[in-house]
Design a protein around this ligand. Structure first.
Ligand code: MIC
Ligand code: SF4
Length: 651
């Protein structure tokens, strides 16, 4: 029987289990990436587990999130990461080199390889034909140490693209269309495999824009075949020898096929406050815009920024708009400089931003109160921009650039004065790898630099026999990890769990952390009650680690997102699902909750009873924990760190 691209790569890497969708499998990880905001914890855990060196083919430690450096915390993190990479054998990408996903695509991505990254947008690598998956930091630490990665064997959904895109419509609109079809929930344990005659019209960075934002649908990853387009990109990056063809067999099977006619797609936007809230640009036309930000790992390639430059050329931005442009990498930046495109940005009135995550993670450029911000990034969750009252619209670079000129959302197809600039991939990209530091020969002799911001990894206790405590918070549907563990101005505390934990649920309920710590100190377990798709968005394991530190022992939800579910288990927090979704309505914050025989339930069939008690009610309701045998062991041990530190083969 013929195989699809996903099956081909999985088959080559399978080290445990069977490729039957829904069943847990283990795969070998060829490459790993970390970024600084999750990376310090990855390396602290790597050290705590006792690994002696990095053992996979390639691990790269990028610095791109925490580059603001207000106070010494960020610089402390960078110094730690640089020294620890040197010691254990990873490549260190210096601050100023660019955004991890853009850089990895340019310089390291290889068709047919597996990549595990401690960042949810790792699937950007799917644009080059690799199986690139985002995961929690501890899973990446294990993979760097040579261990396998465990995942649910996915359902493969083929997205068949036909025809080519019309002027003013680009890859961003394709993924916004996909989000419109699939939404941000209900796609857990699926992979999108793109195919069909339309893919030959999309170059690798465009494909990467599409696979990048598959993360917003909640799929495990997205992948394009590796074809002549992939070959041309790798050759232009001076890496033609990394190419191999990977196409689906003609009789490959899929769990579902969705067809999209590229010429039918029109310019789209994701309206506040969800990437799944899709509207047409024409329906938003006329909306006044305060800020336009172009960049992020979704849309910061040479193609994207040159398109923007061509639109801005010879023009000035609207006086009421603040325009910021952040190239994705030093390669993009240097090509902009060499080709005179920076000149265009400067003359148009743009603010040149660092080639880093910056605004995308709310680290800078927060919009004005009640403002409208148009961004080419991938997430517009409420408050992520740093301004709770602002509305962020996610659009293509084309729509963003035109809005910067007019001060409002405009459908450029209605303008005669603007001609659509089609940008072609250059024959050769500028290549200068000098900001990637290879590990020195000194290895174990290297002294790891630990400034005051470098904390320790807290460990959990064994799972107790009975959980007993309080519903410390009740939240609704689609709670993102940005709700649970805010980034932005709190991002600099990532390496220090005790401090960062003070901000758990800060934007939702600023008293949560204190209340939870109080319960913990009084010997009570904290429970979180949640609706559907709990833990959407980022891979940040701090959204499990910090609640664990505050004594959260269980989350009772209608459903969970993939990476966050794995993170909860990895830190020993029990993920209960309501057996009957309607029971969610019967619980309120402050209810006293208990579950007895929890260790037996984890070992056995996963069914348990949640006892609910308050002054005016008392009842029991059924909850369920679905776990693989491996996950059962982790949960019983109180987390992966307790388990792996004991069994790891360290040499
Ligand atoms: C994000 O886009 O939310 C982040 C910041 O890149 C996160 C990682 C993190 O929280 O450090 C992600 O997407 O995984
Ligand atoms: Fe960085 Fe934003 Fe991409 Fe996350 S989504 S990796 S914060 S650019």
């Amino acid at each position: 029987m013929g195989l699809n691209v996903v099956e081909k790569i999985l088959k080559e890497h399978l080290v445990g289990g069977e490729l039957v969708s829904g069943k847990e499998i283990a795969i070998k990880i060829d490459q790993a990436l970390t970024q600084d905001a999750t990376g310090t914890m990855v390396y602290l855990q790597f050290e705590a587990m006792g690994f002696e060196k990095v053992r996979n083919e390639l691990s790269v430690s990028y610095v791109d999130h925490n580059t603001i450096q207000v106070g010494s915390e960020n610089a402390d993190d960078h110094a730690y990461l640089q020294s620890v990479a040197d010691k254990y054998g990873a490549i260190f990408s210096r601050p100023g080199n660019g955004i991890c996903h853009q850089l990895h695509l340019e310089r390291f991505g290889m068709p047919g390889k597996t990549l595990l990254g401690s960042d949810s947008h790792t699937p950007t690598g799917g644009g080059i034909g690799m199986l690139a998956i985002g995961a929690g930091g501890i899973d990446v630490a294990v993979a760097m140490g040579g261990g396998p990665f465990n995942l649910v064997s996915p359902k493969v959904i083929k997205i068949e693209l036909k025809g080519s895109l019309k002027p003013w419509v680009s890859a961003k609109d394709v993924i916004l269309k996909v989000l419109d079809i699939f939404s941000t929930k209900g796609n857990v344990d699926c992979v999108f495999e793109y195919g069909g005659p339309g893919i030959k019209h999309l170059d690798v960075p465009e494909r990467a824009t599409i696979t990048n934002m598959g993360a917003e649908c909640g799929v495990t990853t997205s992948v394009f075949p590796s074809d002549d387009v992939t070959k041309a990109f790798l050759e232009a990056q001076g890496r033609g020898d990394s190419w191999r063809e990977i196409l689906p067999d003609p009789d490959a099977k899929y769990d579902r096929i969705e067809k999209i006619d590229l010429p039918e797609i029109e310019p789209l936007a994701a309206a506040p406050h969800s990437p799944g809230n899709i509207e047409t640009v024409v329906s938003l036309a006329g909306k006044k815009v305060d800020q336009v930000l172009i960049g992020s790992c979704t849309n910061s390639s040479y193609r994207d920024l040159k398109t923007v430059a061509k639109i801005l050329e010879g023009r000035k931005i609207h006086p009421s708009v603040s325009l910021g442009i952040a190239p994705g990498s030093r390669q993009v930046l240097s090509m902009m400089a060499r080709e005179g495109l920076l000149e265009i940005f400067i003359s148009a009135g743009a603010r040149l931003l660092e080639n880093a995550c910056g605004f995308c993670i709310g680290n800078s450029m927060s919009p004005v109160t009640n403002g409208v911000s148009l961004r080419t990034s991938n997430r517009n969750f409420e408050g992520r921009s740093g301004t709770k009252t602002a509305g962020v619209y996610l659009v293509s670079p084309e729509i963003a650039a035109v809005a910067a000129l007019y001060g409002r959302i405009v459908d450029p197809r209605s303008l005669d004065e603007l001609k659509y600039p089609r940008v072609k991939q250059p024959k050769v990209f500028d290549i200068d790898d000098s900001m990637f530091l290879k590990p020195s020969e000194k290895g174990s002799q290297v002294k790891v630099v630990r400034g005051p911001n470098i904390g320790v990894v807290p460990k959990n206790e064994l799972l107790p026999g009975t959980l007993s405590g309080v519903a410390t918070i009740k939240v609704g549907d689609k709670i993102t990890t940005d709700h649970i563990m805010p980034a932005g101005q709190r991002l600099k505390f990532r390496s220090n769990v005790a401090t960062y934990a003070k901000y758990v649920f800060e934007g939702v309920d600023a008293e949560f952390s204190q209340r939870a710590a109080g319960n913990r100190d009084a010997g009570q377990h904290n429970f979180i009650i949640a609706g559907d798709s709990y833990g959407q968005g980022s891979s940040r394991e701090h959204a499990a680690l910090c609640p664990m530190f505050l004594g959260v022992k269980a989350v009772v939800a209608k459903s969970f997102e993939r990476i966050h579910l794995a993170n909860l288990i990895n830190f020993g927090i029990v993920p209960f699902k309501f057996e009957r979704a309607g029971d969610y309505d019967r619980l309120v914050q402050g209810d006293r909750l208990s579950v007895s025989g929890i260790r037996e339930a984890v070992k056995g069939d996963g069914k348990a009873l949640l006892k609910v008690k308050s002054t005016d009610k008392e009842f029991e309701l059924p909850v369920r924990i679905s776990l693989s045998d491996r996950q059962k062991d982790i949960l019983l041990a109180g987390g992966l760190l307790n388990l792996t530190a004991a069994v790891v083969d360290k040499k």
